[in-house]
Design a binder for this molecule. Structure first.
Ligand code: ACM
Length: 262
C-alpha cells in the first residue's frame, strides 16, 4: 500500500487557493492513500465566530468534501483531510475520508486546543474504524495526540494505520508519535502544516516536519520544518497486526485493565 501526505502552508481564508494547491500537489503522484493537514482548506487562526460560520462547510455536501471526492475518483485513491464543519448550526473541527467511490466518513476532533474551544464543540463521533481495501484506518486531529487513550482506542478497535491531521504549534508530537506507534503497534501518517499565521493580535507558528512512523517506531520519512512537500512510501499494513514483541509479551493481551484507573 502506497501511503503519503501533503505538507504545505495554507493561506487563511483562501479556500480556492488551498484546494488548488492540493490539486496541483496530487497531479503527478502514485499513491493509494493521502493525508492532508488539519483545517487544510481554510487555515487555522479564526478571530471571531462569524468567520468560523462563513468558512465552515457541510460534510458531505459542502464544497471541500465534493472537491476531495472528485480528486479521489480521478486519481483512484483515498484522501483524508481536515476542515471546519457546520451541521445544523453546530460547528466542529472535523476530518473527512473519501475514496474513489466518494464520501466514506468523518471524525470530529475530541480534544480542542486553546481558542478552538471558543469556536467549536468537542466532537462526539468517537474513534471509529473505516475499512479501505482491507486496511483498517482511524482518524485523529492534532491535540488528540496528547491523550494516549485516543490512539489506544483506535488501536484496540483494530486500526492498522492512524491518519493524523495536524496544525501543531507545540514541538513534541513528531517525537512522541514514535512512542504512540510502538505502544500501539500501528503506522501513523502525521500530516502537519507549516508557516506562521498572524491575525488580529493572535500568532501561531506551525512546526511542519510531517512524517510517517512504522509500528516499530521508525520515522520512515519526514519533511523539513518549513517546506511544501509530498512524501509517499510503500508499507505493508500487515506489520501492524502483530501485537506481540516476543513469546511472552503481547502488548494487547497482557494489558492489566483490572489495575488501570477509569
Ligand atoms: C492543535 O490542536 N491544532 C494544536
Amino acid at each position: 500500500m502506497k501511503i503519503g501526505y501533503v505538507q504545505f502552508n495554507p493561506e487563511f481564508g483562501n479556500v480556492e487557493g488551498n484546494l488548488n494547491h492540493v490539486k496541483d500537489a496530487l497531479e503527478e503522484i502514485d499513491a493509494d492513500l493521502i493525508v492532508l493537514p488539519e483545517l487544510f482548506n481554510t487555515g487555522y487562526t479564526f478571530t471571531d465566530i462569524k468567520e468560523v460560520h462563513e468558512l465552515s462547510e457541510d460534510i458531505p455536501n459542502g464544497r471541500t468534501t465534493k472537491f476531495l471526492s472528485e480528486l479521489a475518483k480521478k486519481h483512484n485513491l483515498f484522501i483524508a483531510g481536515g476542515l471546519a464543519e457546520v451541521s445544523e448550526g453546530r460547528l466542529f473541527n472535523s476530518a473527512v475520508l473519501v475514496g474513489p467511490d466518494g464520501y466514506i466518513g468523518k471524525y470530529r476532533k475530541s480534544h480542542l486546543f486553546f481558542e478552538e474551544n471558543l469556536w467549536f464543540e468537542p466532537g462526539e463521533t468517537g474513534f471509529q474504524i473505516f475499512n479501505i481495501n482491507g486496511v483498517n484506518v482511524g482518524m485523529l486531529i492534532c491535540f488528540d495526540w496528547i491523550f494516549p487513550e485516543a490512539m489506544r482506542t483506535l488501536a484496540l478497535k483494530g486500526a492498522d494505520l492512524i491518519l493524523h491531521m495536524t496544525n501543531l504549534v507545540l514541538p513534541f508530537y513528531q517525537i512522541s508519535a514514535t512512542t504512540r506507534a510502538v505502544e500501539n503497534k500501528v503506522f501513523i501518517i502525521l500530516s502537519n502544516r507549516y508557516g506562521t499565521e498572524k491575525r488580529n493580535g493572535r500568532e501561531f507558528r506551525f512546526t511542519g516536519q510531517s512524517e510517517i512512523v512504522s509500528p516499530k517506531g521508525e520515522i520512515l520519512v519526514q519533511s523539513l520544518a518549513e517546506e511544501d512537500d509530498v512524501k509517499i512510501i510503500e508499507i505493508n499494513p500487515e506489520e501492524a497486526r502483530k501485537k506481540s514483541i516476543n513469546e511472552y509479551n503481547d502488548l494487547f493481551k497482557m494489558r492489566r485493565t483490572d489495575l488501570y484507573f477509569k
